[in-house]
Write a protein that binds this ligand. Structure first.
Ligand code: CDT
Length: 308
């Protein structure tokens, strides 16, 4: 069986606060068709792909907040995505705000990504673990980043699934900045990491770093790919969304850490690369052969809780 997978990264441009789900889904279906026309077998969309990046606003009214959440997947509004994927014979992944009720009857809200097969079945799910930002309104900021207010820390760990001829893991936006994320996936022999993001150009706590946002984006994803010998597909929601500039830089990264395809715009755009999954061996069997070279006995601090 061929171990080559043709992967598309489908970057989304801005989504307005009042943009109906149906419009966004139509845009995504259009990108999926473009990707399939270019031979893609898997199409990767960004974090919180169905709505504007709502954590930039402080809200207290839970009804207003819940308008940005999905209570079923697929729903009547998202079903066209699943149907298009089946028609086109492509798998796809995207992020959304998930509202669910657990077995004890408690309502839970997560920043979630799913992977869907070309038969329309959900193959894997991940709930974001590293939630950036803050809990309460902070007056001094030009815009808020309230992921800690609106979401719980993911409760699924970092799963890696056998799917689409390979071992696939997912993570979401801020997760990519943490080497622990990629190492958790790497230790499970991930060969492909799917990753969506919404990253403002302006970082209010350290505005001197604004000009480094694109650099840091690629730095951490390329390092994650190389240090774990895995393909990485990083997909942005980009452009000026409700007055807030988001970086682009959507790209597909080889296990050597090299970018093999990259978006050139800040709008809706598709890039495609043929990814040879066996290339993971070049790294995983050699420089980062964990069984031969890792020294976990020396890494105790990594799992200790440090109080200061
Ligand atoms: N969505 C998301 O996680 N964004 C963050 C923004 C910086 S932290 C306020 C990121 O890490 O890109």
């Amino acid at each position: 069986m061929s171990r080559r997978l043709v992967i598309a990264a489908a970057q989304l441009g801005p989504i307005a606060r009042d943009e109906p789900r149906s419009d966004v889904v139509a845009r995504m279906v259009g990108l999926m068709r473009t990707a399939a026309g270019r031979g893609a077998e898997l199409v990767v969309f960004p974090e919180l792909a169905l709505t504007t990046f709502f954590p930039r606003w402080f809200m207290e009214d839970q009804t207003e907040i819940d308008r940005f959440f999905e209570t079923e997947m697929p729903s009547s509004e998202t079903l066209p995505l699943f149907n298009a994927a089946k028609d086109l014979g492509v798998a796809f992944s995207f992020g959304y705000a998930e509202k669910t009720v657990d077995e004890t009857g408690k309502t839970r809200r997560f920043n979630t990504s799913i992977l869907i097969g070309s038969d329309g079945e959900i193959l894997a799910k991940y709930r974001k673990i590293h939630l950036p930002g803050h809990n309460e309104h902070e007056d001094w900021r030009p815009f808020q980043h309230l992921e800690k207010r609106y979401f719980e820390v993911g409760d699924m760990g970092f799963p890696v699934s056998e799917a689409l001829k390979c071992r696939i893991g997912m993570c979401i936006c801020n997760d990519r900045r943490w080497p622990e994320t990629f190492r958790m996936l790497g230790l499970q022999k991930a060969e492909l990491v799917l990753l969506g993001y919404n990253t403002p150009v302006h970082y209010p706590p350290a505005p001197d770093h604004d000009h480094l946002q694109d650099f840091h984006n690629h730095l951490c994803m390329q390092a994650g790919a190389y240090q774990n010998g895995t393909w990485v597909v990083g997909v942005a929601k980009a452009g000026c969304e409700e007055g807030c500039d988001l970086i682009g830089g959507t790209c597909i990264i080889a296990p050597t850490g090299e970018i093999v395809a990259k978006c050139a715009t800040l709008g809706d755009e598709v890039i495609v690369a043929e990814c040879d999954l066996d290339r993971c061996r070049e790294i995983q069997d050699n420089i980062f052969n964990f069984a031969h070279h890792r020294q976990p006995d020396q890494y105790g601090l990594l799992t200790e809780k440090i109080s200061s």
